[in-house]
Design a protein around this ligand. Structure first.
Ligand code: ATP
Length: 270
């Protein structure tokens, strides 16, 4: 898809602006809803706080997530408008590598939107997309939103669900159904981040390629080794480390008096 505005490559926020353009284009073709643009803004603010790079606790969560996907018997990748817009290719690559199913699951559900996302995923190489139209006929108990509808062959029978840019209610409901949940959510304070079994506090555009690399690296390890990785991980502690990282970084900016634009820009690049 062609970008509508030219973003100067030397612009300090070039990457972030390109991502915005991608979302806007996907909004125009009916994949992203206006609410999704707002949710992205919340994500951007947190990305700013971590310095727009993958932080150490996120690397740890990514390694653990890779081990968990490799151990899962019936892993499912849940896709919504924003995640499809930002990372359709990587989501499909991850699914194909790990034998995971892909399911469309939307808060603001309409058949047109589901089909637009299905099309984007098929174009990105997906062999099959679950959860579209009547295929989402099972229900997640305790949820009232349209998101409760799930595919019997997908999320409903999954032992592990990987989701991103998700709302907390659904994450909680999936956990109550006994599923392991991997969440990619750059906000360590969100309910999704706190309910998930493994939370990757990072931007989905950076996290997924790293997760794919980790799956590649770990794929021939024994189950025993994979379990060892999982046992060493504590999600609550990891979220605490992410929050500490953000707080420390803000204190550092203040302490070093980096509030002038050039000084702060230098610091952000460290
Ligand atoms: P919750 O219900 O879990 O407390 P919320 O109300 O913030 O969270 P939503 O707005 O539905 O939930 O979900 C958006 C979440 O996704 C936010 O936590 C936001 O920080 C995060 N997010 C937005 N963009 C990205 C991105 N590019 N990569 C990773 N996370 C993102």
């Amino acid at each position: 898809m062609k970008e509508e505005i030219e973003i100067p490559p030397d612009h300090p926020r070039a990457e972030s602006l390109k991502i915005r353009e991608k979302l806007i284009m996907n909004y125009r073709i009916g994949i992203v809803v206006p609410q999704g643009l707002i949710a992205h803004g919340r994500g951007e603010a947190f990305d700013y706080l971590i310095g727009e790079r993958t932080i150490r606790p996120a690397f740890k969560a990514i390694t653990t997530a890779a081990a968990a996907i490799l151990l899962a018997k019936h892993p499912v990748i849940s896709v919504n408008g924003n995640s499809s817009a930002l990372a359709a290719k990587e989501l499909v690559e991850l699914a194909n590598m790990t034998g995971s199913k892909i399911e469309v699951n939307l808060f603001y559900r309409s058949l047109e939107r589901e089909m637009a996302i299905e099309k984007a995923l098929i174009e990105a190489g997906a062999k099959e997309v679950l959860g579209v139209g009547n295929r989402a006929s099972a229900m997640i108990p305790e949820l009232s939103s349209e998101r409760r509808k799930v595919d019997v062959r997908g999320i409903y029978s999954a032992d592990l669900v990987l989701l991103s840019l998700e709302d907390g209610d659904r994450t909680e409901a999936l956990r109550k159904m006994g599923k392991n949940v991997i969440a990619i959510d750059i906000n360590p304070l969100s309910r999704t981040a706190r309910y998930a079994s493994i939370t990757i506090v990072d931007n989905i555009v950076r996290a997924l390629p790293l997760l794919i690399d980790e799956v590649q690296r770990l794929r021939f390890k024994s189950e025993k080794e994979l379990w060892r990785i999982i046992r060493r991980f504590d999600n609550e502690k990891n979220l605490g480390d992410c929050i500490r990282f953000m707080a420390k970084r803000l204190m550092e900016i203040k302490k070093r008096n980096l509030l002038y634009p050039e000084a702060l820009e230098r610091f952000l690049k460290i």
